[in-house]
Design a protein around this ligand. Structure first.
Ligand SMILES: Cc1cc2nc3c(=O)[nH]c(=O)nc-3n(C[C@H](O)[C@H](O)[C@H](O)COP(=O)(O)OP(=O)(O)OC[C@H]3O[C@@H](n4cnc5c(N)ncnc54)[C@H](O)[C@@H]3O)c2cc1C
Ligand SMILES: *[C@@H]1O[C@H](CO)[C@@H](O)[C@H](O)[C@H]1NC(C)=O
Ligand SMILES: *[C@@H]1O[C@H](CO)[C@@H](O)[C@H](O)[C@H]1NC(C)=O
Length: 446
């Protein structure tokens, strides 16, 4: 990942303001050619559906009801493909990609792998082309392997992370690095990065992969890792789906704790908030297992909402807390533990919290099973779906901001550009790039 200096923050935000800016840009740069032009072009007639339809697929090649493949979570771009392949095997994917490759550069037929279609700007769409629906690839079946000290799970590229979690928990294990939301596929997040509050320690998800099986742009099926076909391995990881299609992955696992102490504390000063985040990720051994944060702009009622799932440490004082419309920064922390360690973990957490400078009496705590913690965004999804607020446009933006510029960035954006209470989530993930690199080398050596 290209991160400028020592600490970076990744910010995902969704606001009316940005919505407008992005929409304006899009309207002025939409390409002129569309599916109709394409259908009339000679390349379509020579190389189009008939040639695909003749291939001996084990799975299904579908030409109707393709609307789903023209949609994504971003909800702002939509292009129908010509066909969707539901692969029955890796050979189907290889066959399709090789066919398109052999049509040569004059063919306009494009191919895109589609995971769960939760990308934001049509990345999993293929206008007038072929979409390969990776969730149909049911092979290999998710299996956990214990080899020496490093257990791993072998999964299909179309597997959802939530299903992988369910399977590995049966063995008392879990992947180490996550995204906030788990109803995404392995191929989809490994093509990006996969960042959540564990990344400060384990790196993004792409740092936790032992091996991939990939269908290359020529339709070859290759295995790659740090040692074998490493160019392909590092090209595909974070490669935005442009270097090959991930059909299988071996993902590193660690012991899964049973329970999570889940903590939120509030700040009204961004630089104090970010210093505390940086302090926590710099601790070598004993720190939290998850460190993230989010921004609350003009959300006076929100603390009352939290009370359904979080207990204020000091209910009386907390009820007197009034943000007076100020922009607040919430530091969100989690510590994994097993029930028999509860007492020692509480002492450890108290020690860690004493080193922080949050607004006193704004400590909120909760204790939940690991699964509930990791799958927390799904609860919000269900609520938003009920209100018809899930399937709306999501003009989300991810930024890596270097430590040297984060205070200025926050000063200008939070509370100045973004003022209303109609902003979507604004999340802040602290990561130390230097530490990531040294951890990665250490892992490779061990
Ligand atoms: C509610 C929500 C919360 C999110 N939270 C986080 C977060 O905390 N951290 C984070 O890092 N991301 C987060 N994301 C972003 C998410 O990780 C990406 O959008 C991801 O690409 C979605 O996965 P998908 O399976 O839906 O992929 P798709 O949208 O289907 O595909 C994404 C890209 O990957 C390619 N692709 C898909 N499958 C394969 C494959 N098998 N091989 C090669 N390329 C493939 C596609 O062609 C496309 O370019 C979130 C998204 C949502 C909707
Ligand atoms: C803040 O929220 C209140 C009520 O929720 C609203 O009336 C007010 O307009 C909001 N302020 C801004 C700057 O949008
Ligand atoms: C980042 O990590 C490096 C290497 O471990 C360390 O020297 C440096 O102090 C860290 N920076 C911060 C801001 O914690």
């Amino acid at each position: 990942m290209a991160m400028g200096s020592q600490t970076s923050a990744l910010i995902k935000q969704n606001s009316i303001v940005f919505h407008r800016i992005i929409m304006v840009l899009l309207l002025t740069c939409l390409p002129k050619s569309n599916t109709n032009d394409f259908l009339q072009s000679s390349s379509y007639r020579n190389s189009g559906p008939s040639s695909l339809a003749n291939l001996p697929f084990q799975g299904l090649l579908v030409h109707d009801n393709l609307q789903f493949a023209a949609q994504d979570f971003g909800g702002r771009l939509s292009s129908l493909p010509l066909a969707v392949l539901h692969p029955g095997s890796v050979s189907d994917i290889s066959l399709a990609v090789r066919h398109v490759y052999e049509l040569g550069p004059s063919s306009a037929l494009t191919v895109a792998a589609r995971g769960h279609g939760h990308s934001l700007q049509g990345q999993a769409q293929a206008p007038g082309g072929l979409v390969i629906s990776m969730q149909s690839l049911r092979w290999p079946k998710t299996s956990v392997f214990f080899t020496g000290k490093s257990p791993f799970v072998e999964v299909s590229g179309g597997e959802l992370w939530i299903d992988i979690l369910h399977e590995t928990l049966k063995h008392g294990l879990a992947p180490k690095s996550w995204t906030d939301y788990l109803h995404l596929t392995v191929g989809g997040t490994l093509s990006n990065a996969g960042i959540s509050g564990q990344a400060f320690r384990h790196g993004p998800q792409i740092d936790n992969v032992y091996e991939l099986e990939v269908v290359t742009g020529k339709g070859e099926v290759l295995t790659c890792s740090e040692k074998k076909n490493s160019d392909l391995f590092y090209g595909v990881l974070g490669g935005l789906g442009q270097f090959g299609i991930i059909t299988k992955a071996k993902i590193s696992l660690g012991p899964a704790a049973k329970t999570v102490k889940w903590i939120r504390v509030l700040y009204d000063d961004f630089s104090i908030f970010s210093k505390d985040q940086e302090h926590l990720i710099s601790l070598e051994e004993s720190s939290f297992d998850y460190i993230e944060g989010f921004v609350l702009i003009n959300r006076s009622g929100i603390l009352n909402n939290w009370r359904s799932s979080f207990d204020p440490k000091d209910p009386v004082q907390a009820s007197r807390f009034n943000s007076e419309g100020k922009t607040l920064y919430c530091l969100e922390l989690a510590k994994y533990f097993d029930p028999q360690e509860s007492e020692s973990v509480t002492i450890e957490i108290d020690g860690l919290l004493r080193g922080l400078s949050y607004i006193s009496f704004t400590l909120f705590q909760s204790e939940v099973p690991l699964l509930e913690f990791l799958d927390r965004v799904h609860v919000s999804e269900l609520k938003l779906r009920q209100q018809g607020l899930w399937e709306v446009p999501h003009p989300w933006l991810n930024l890596l901001v270097p430590k040297s510029g984060i205070d200025e960035f926050a000063g200008e954006v939070f509370g100045k550009i973004l003022t209303g209470n109609s902003n979507g989530p604004i999340l802040i993930y602290p990561v130390n790039q230097s530490r990531q690199v040294s951890e990665h080398r250490r892992l490779q050596k061990s």
